[in-house]
Design a protein around this ligand. Structure first.
Ligand code: HEM
Ligand code: HEM
Length: 171
């Protein structure tokens, strides 16, 4: 019989990445306040998120998640599934667009004087950098919208439906 819980690997990845992603969303939005302090952390956090996202995606594609609870309506299964997969897309595209953005400039980016940020081999052009900056911002805002929806759903299950969905990812 299939367990009704996400297993340990899925739970550790979920909550570690949730903290890192929320941290990077806040860091990105606050970057104007103290760019020299925030940005190197934003870059490294972002590259860590991208690495973990690839591992998590491979894990998810090779391991079955717990079955949907029997009481789930079709619209709940479809919307939860759609949000979860959209998150996977964002976990890859948001950091990738950021990395492409900074790679398109010929500036060397030092990470707190410890080492330089590795660059992707892309054309060095301002127009490309600008395009990636716009995409990065748009996708980051889309991630926030998904997150609002995802948290609202989790709270609805926890406090309105009281059907133990939170425990699938928590316990
Ligand atoms: C940026 C932050 C977050 C991301 C990217 C994210 C992403 C995901 C994804 C992709 C899944 C599907 C399972 C998997 O493939 O691992 C999931 C499940 C879940 N998440 Fe999140 N999540 C985030 C934050 C949160 C927060 C803050 C909460 C709680 C308030 C939460 C509660 C849950 C719950 C309860 C499930 C299990 C749903 C089920 O039973 O199918 N998540 N999340
Ligand atoms: C999941 C990881 C990431 C998240 C959630 C994220 C989120 C954000 C957000 C919300 C902003 C502010 C957008 C605005 O309002 O202008 C931002 C800006 C920025 N991010 Fe990220 N970011 C991530 C990864 C990265 C990576 C890996 C890099 C580069 C290696 C990067 C480079 C930048 C830069 C240079 C800015 C400055 C503003 C701009 O020109 O868009 N980000 N990020």
């Amino acid at each position: 019989m299939e367990s009704a819980h996400y297993n340990k690997v899925a739970r550790i990845l979920h909550w570690t990445m949730a903290v890192l992603i929320v941290g990077n969303l806040i860091g990105g939005l606050l970057n104007d306040i103290a760019p020299r302090m925030i940005m190197p952390g934003h870059f490294m956090g972002g590259l860590l998120i991208l690495t973990l996202a690839v591992i998590r995606l491979l894990w998810r594609l090779t391991h079955r998640p717990p079955a949907w609870p029997a009481h789930f309506a079709t619209w709940e299964k479809v919307s939860a599934g759609a949000v979860h997969w959209a998150f996977y897309v964002m976990m890859i595209l948001v950091p990738l667009s950021g990395w492409l953005m900074v790679s398109s400039s010929d500036r060397t980016i030092s990470i707190y004087g410890l080492f330089n940020l590795p660059k992707l081999p892309v054309e060095q052009s301002e127009a490309f950098g600008q395009l990636m900056s716009e995409r990065h911002e748009l996708l980051a805002y889309a991630t926030i919208a998904l997150l609002v929806f995802h948290i609202a759903a989790a709270l609805r299950h926890q406090y309105v439906k009281k059907d133990g969905i939170m425990a699938r990812m928590w316990a």
